[in-house]
Structures are given as structure tokens and as C-alpha cells.
Design a protein. Structure first.
Length: 480
């Protein structure tokens, strides 16, 4: 099942003008308004930006079309990299693979006769894959539209709304690596609208073009032969309780739906082998694959606090460095009363123990949501897995962060003897010498400070391993 969320969006920007081109656009795009028909060249540090007005259209999704490539003389699509970074109102746009914002091609593609398997979007760069070519008519990835991008912007821009659009060169060191001028070429920027039905059709077509989606049967009962695992000792010994309390738990998987994309064998089962707060959790097992994506959706949207801006997720993965596995990325999706969604990215799962991953939503995104708010879904994505992997999901707690400035500590008073004003111990005064003598048994030492007032000796004779091994004597006085 595809998610109920109304999907996200994407944007552009660039630098200097070159000869004009005729612009093309998908036939599905309605109310099309050309923004930039001539080719623009974006170089590192030379963004292109503009202020746009989304077309009117009740119930429509605002959409964006553009063509982009890395301009390299003589290249016909023999290389690619994530270079096209798009902003809407200064928000970098990211992909959600289970509910693609990129509507005209699959989320992943094979390159160099299957030697490489890439995603069109990479979160590490917040950028879209761009082909190296001196023409827009390349089909290296086999999509038929390698340089064309159709984005659904509905989570960022509503019909009739004004918004800012900016395009950035995502990897500014690339020209120096290539040892030549390599601008990002963009043309035929068009903003328009798509009906919700067309968006859904395009999304399903894009996903089916990459192997499609399939439902995973969830095993809601724990295997009776599985022994219960121990609660982490850090929690058991300290008597910790869950705080803040979770609105979402994976203890009861009845009615949940699991949708997977890609070529991985995925299973979702109830388990008690690893526990933290509850008697059982969700166990996600993934076999060897070139990539996988799993979306978990509750039986019904789960109400969360209307002022929530963060989520804590208790999770345990089996990732180990050096196994050839790509760490999975965890994303929690929140929906508002209209179905508009915001992703809270909880980062890469690199641990091999229970950890609390936190996702935070930017205030600019949250400000566009209309309460009440609901937990919509949890998504796990990963690239190549050379060995099977397991992830345990315990619970999600949504909350409002209470961010306060650090308290200023009270000023420390003037130091007392023997500490000086610069908080250092004083140096030896004039006429004072410090020497060290080794003990006769070679197991200790005496530190001797000689001054006109007398001689101070500290003797260290290791025996019990405590302060009792240290004695002091001034002059011919008693030994302490």
C-alpha cells in the first residue's frame, strides 16, 4: 500500500545565461508557467535564485519540471554524481523513497552495465544525481529522461502561494578534481500543477519501474521457542523508566502494514530476543541485496502532540563496520490534518546495541502544518548489504524540545593560597631548589624542597597503593 501522505517537492537555481532553448514539459503538467526557458550555468558559489508564484488550483499539487546535466565537452553520459541541490524558501529538499517526490523515474538505477547501483537522491549531499554530458539527450540510466526531473512540491508549496526557488552546485570541489570547467547546466524550468490522482499514478509507475512494491506479511506473535532477552543492564541497574513516554510502540503489530521496495528479502516479526522497555518489539530482518526500503504504517494514524518538533526512537541494529554493509537510515514521517507530511530524519544506524536516535523538524516546515498532527509511518532505507542484517524497533516518543540558554556560572572569587591569580600554583621562590632522590630499595623516591626557611621532604614508598604511601617532614620535625 502506498502511504496516504501528500508528497513532497523540489527546486532549482543557477548562474549565467547562455543561448535560449525551446522548452518541453510532461503532458500531465497543467497550468504550466515557464520560469526559465534559457539554459543557465551554475558554478560553485554562483547559485541561481528567483521568486515564483505557484499556479492556482484547488486540490492540486504544485509541481516543478526542469532539465539538468553537468556540462562536460565531449561527454555523452559516461559519468554522474550528486550535484543538483534544490531549495524552496531556503529549505534543501530531500527524497522519501516510499512516497517519491521525483515522479518521472524510479528511485534507483543501474549504471555502467550494472556495475554500480545508484539512487537519484543522496541525503549525504542533499542533492540529485546529475549526468555528465554535453547534451540533454542522453539515456545512460535507461530512464528515457536522464536529464529531466518532475517533482511534486505539495508539502512545501500550496497553489497560489509565493515561494523562493534556488539551485546550488552541491560539490564545489568537483571542477578541480576533473581539472576543467564543469558547470551545472539547467534549462526549461516550469512550475505547474498536477491532480492528486495523476501524482499517485506517476508515483506508482516510478516505483513499479524499479521492481515495484510488495506487501510483507507481518508475524504478530512471538515465536514460542524464542527465549526472552535481558533488559540492558544500564537501565535495569539504574531503575530507569521511559521518559518521555512513547505515543507509538512496536509491542503489538496487529494491523500494521509493511511495504518493501527493491530486491531485498525482508521479514517483520514480533520478537522478545532484545528488549528495553516492553516485553516485545518489532524485528526487521533483511537479506543480502543491492538496496532495500521498508515502510511500516500503523493500522490508523496515531495522534501526537500538536507542538511536537522532535522524536526519540529506541532502536537496535546489527550493523558492523567492515562487513560490506551500508548502514540503514531511519526516517519518521508526521502528517497533518490535510495529509501534508514532514520527515524527521533520525540518521544512520551505525551501532550494534540499543541506542536512542533523535529526529528534529525545522520550525519552517512545522509552521506549514495544520494540527492535529499524526504519526504516519517509519521508513528504513539502505544501499548494498553484503550480509543479512537485523534491526529491532521499540518505540517512538514525540515531544516539544525545551531549549533554554546555558546558565551563566557565578563568578569565582579570588583564589586563595597557594593558588595565584592566574589559577596556577606558584613557582618556587628565589633561593629555593627542588631535587629528587631515589630510595635505597629503588621502589620509591623523596622529593626535597630546600629554602632559607628549611627543608621540606615528601617521600613516596609504594606499598598499599593509597595516600598512606606518602609521608611529609619539614626540617627535623615529625613525619606525617
Amino acid at each position: 500500500m502506498m502511504g496516504l501522505c501528500r508528497e513532497r517537492a523540489w527546486v532549482l537555481a543557477a548562474g549565467c545565461l547562455v543561448p535560449a532553448c525551446l522548452w518541453a514539459q510532461p503532458a500531465e503538467l497543467q497550468n504550466a508557467t515557464p520560469v526559465q526557458t534559457e539554459e543557465i550555468l551554475v558554478r560553485p558559489g554562483q547559485d541561481w535564485s528567483g521568486n515564483l508564484q505557484a499556479p492556482e488550483g484547488d486540490g492540486q499539487h504544485v509541481a516543478l519540471w526542469l532539465e539538468a546535466r553537468l556540462h562536460l565537452e565531449g561527454s555523452k553520459g559516461g559519468g554522474c554524481n550528486w550535484l543538483l541541490r534544490i531549495f524552496i524558501d531556503d529549505q534543501a529538499l530531500s527524497e522519501t523513497f516510499a512516497r517519491p517526490r521525483l515522479l518521472n523515474k524510479p528511485p534507483f538505477f543501474d549504471f555502467a552495465d550494472g556495475k554500480y547501483h545508484f539512487s537519484w537522491f543522496r541525503r549525504a549531499y542533499s542533492a540529485w544525481m546529475t549526468m555528465f554530458a554535453d547534451t540533454y539527450e542522453v539515456d545512460t540510466a535507461g530512464t528515457g529522461q536522464d536529464t529531466g526531473f518532475l517533482f511534486d512540491l505539495s508539502d512545501y508549496v500550496q497553489p497560489g502561494q509565493a515561494f523562493g526557488l534556488r539551485i546550488e552546485y552541491a560539490q564545489p570541489n568537483l571542477p578541480s578534481v576533473l581539472k576543467k570547467d564543469a558547470p551545472l547546466a539547467v534549462r526549461n524550468i516550469v512550475v505547474g500543477t498536477l491532480s492528486a490522482e495523476v501524482v499517485q499514478q506517476l508515483r506508482e509507475k516510478a516505483l513499479s519501474g524499479d521492481g515495484g512494491s510488495r506487501q510483507v506479511d507481518i508475524q504478530v506473535s512471538v515465536d514460542p521457542d524464542e527465549p526472552p532477552g535481558e533488559q540492558p543492564y544500564e537501565i535495569a541497574w539504574a531503575g530507569r523508566v521511559e521518559d518521555p513516554p512513547a505515543q507509538v510502540s512496536f509491542e503489538d503489530l496487529t494491523g500494521w502494514q509493511a511495504t518493501t521496495f527493491g530486491n531485498a528479502e525482508v521479514s517483520v516479526t514480533a520478537s522478545r530476543a532484545e528488549r528495553i522497555w516492553r516485553e516485545q518489539v518489532a524485528k526487521v530482518s533483511v537479506g543480502e541485496c543491492s538496496n532495500f526500503l521498508l515502510e511500516l504504517t500503523p493500522p490508523e494514524p496515531i495522534l501526537i502532540p500538536a507542538n511536537a518538533d522532535a522524536v526519540n526512537c529506541w532502536v537496535r541494529s546489527s550493523y558492523r563496520q567492515g562487513t560490506g554493509n551500508t548502514p540503514a537510515e531511519l526516517t519518521v514521517t508526521v502528517a497533518d490534518s490535510r495529509g501534508v507530511c514532514v520527515d524527521l530524519n533520525c540518521g544512520l544506524l551505525r551501532g550494534n546495541y540499543w541506542e536512542m536516535r533523535q529526529g528534529i523538524a525545522r520550525a519552517e516546515r512545522l509552521g506549514k502544518l495544520r494540527p492535529p498532527l499524526y504519526f504516519h509511518s517509519l521508513t528504513l532505507t539502505s544501499g548494498k548489504l553484503a550480509k543479512p542484517t537485523t534491526t529491532y524497533l521499540e518505540s517512538l516518543a514525540f515531544f516539544k524540545r525545551e531549549r533554554r540558554p546555558y546558565a551563566s556560572p557565578a563568578k569565582i572569587g579570588p583564589p586563595t593560597f597557594p593558588t595565584t591569580e592566574d589559577n596556577m600554583l606558584p613557582p618556587a621562590p628565589e633561593g629555593c631548589t627542588v631535587t629528587v632522590q631515589q630510595s635505597e630499595d629503588d621502589h620509591g623516591a623523596t622529593f626535597i624542597s630546600t629554602s632559607p626557611e628549611g627543608t621540606l621532604r615528601y617521600t613516596v614508598q609504594p606499598a598499599d597503593g593509597g595516600l598512606s604511601d606518602v609521608t611529609a617532614q619539614f626540617g627535623e620535625g615529625p613525619v606525617f
